[in-house]
Design a protein around this ligand. Structure first.
Ligand code: SF4
Length: 214
């Protein structure tokens, strides 16, 4: 059974804080803010891949009133149904995240890594050495294009070490059995609908894995 203990919760909180600092170290000097942006990134279709982030999100959801949780579940089920219909037609969904109310994230403190890193230009080196450069959101790209200061184009959030820490936390959270567990490839809505991650494991026999996503 996966259990997010207080030590792991503190570690993921520290990681999230460092992500925010790293984000700000790029956003501030280039002058990127979400203030007055005509777009809201919370309607972007993103998939998330870790049990620990899923569990931490639910750690936050579980602090809400039961009626609020029920509302989020209903909204999330509706999101999933609409997303599924669009995907069947080959259309990438652009639907507001069910956790967003009046333009704001209701689980802001518990939001996932993608929610924290989207926006600024960033770089990532995979374990196989392959390097990725992300240009940032349309607003960040416009700022860089229009700036006369060459230095502005040099700022980039380095995600590699942050990702490594997330992978290590995921390994600890899953007691080193991540490689035999079902892959996580979920929207936030599907994490809400599914409830907190529940995985019963038989580590001596991976075939006997029984995953139960409530
Ligand atoms: S979890 Fe919060 S920040 Fe992330 S997409 Fe949903 S509403 Fe936006």
């Amino acid at each position: 059974m996966l259990e997010l203990n207080s030590d792991l919760a503190a570690q993921i909180e520290a990681l999230y804080r460092d992500m925010e600092e790293s984000y700000d170290s790029v956003a501030t000097p280039i002058g990127l803010t979400c203030e007055g942006c005509p777009d809201n990134c919370c309607d972007s279709y993103f998939l998330h891949h870790t049990y620990i982030e899923w569990a931490y999100l639910w750690y936050g959801i579980s602090k809400l009133e039961p009626a609020h949780i029920q509302l989020l579940k209903e909204r999330s089920a509706e999101y999933e149904q609409q997303a599924c219909e669009l995907l069947k037609k080959g259309v990438r969904p652009q639907l507001m995240c069910p956790l967003n109310e009046n333009g704001r994230c209701t689980l802001y403190h518990y939001r996932l890594m993608v929610c924290r890193t989207h926006g600024v230009p960033a770089s990532l080196t995979r374990p196989d050495g392959h390097r990725f450069n992300f240009p940032g959101c349309f607003r960040a790209q416009a700022i860089i294009e229009q700036s006369d200061d060459d230095k502005v184009g040099e700022y980039s959030m380095e995600r590699t070490e942050l990702m490594k820490r997330l992978v290590l936390l995921e390994q600890t959270f899953t007691s080193g059995s991540r490689h035999v567990l079902p892959k996580v490839k979920m929207t936030i809505a599907s994490m809400v609908v599914a409830g907190p991650p529940m995985v019963k494991t038989c580590l001596s026999n991976s075939d006997a894995l029984d995953s139960n996503f409530r």
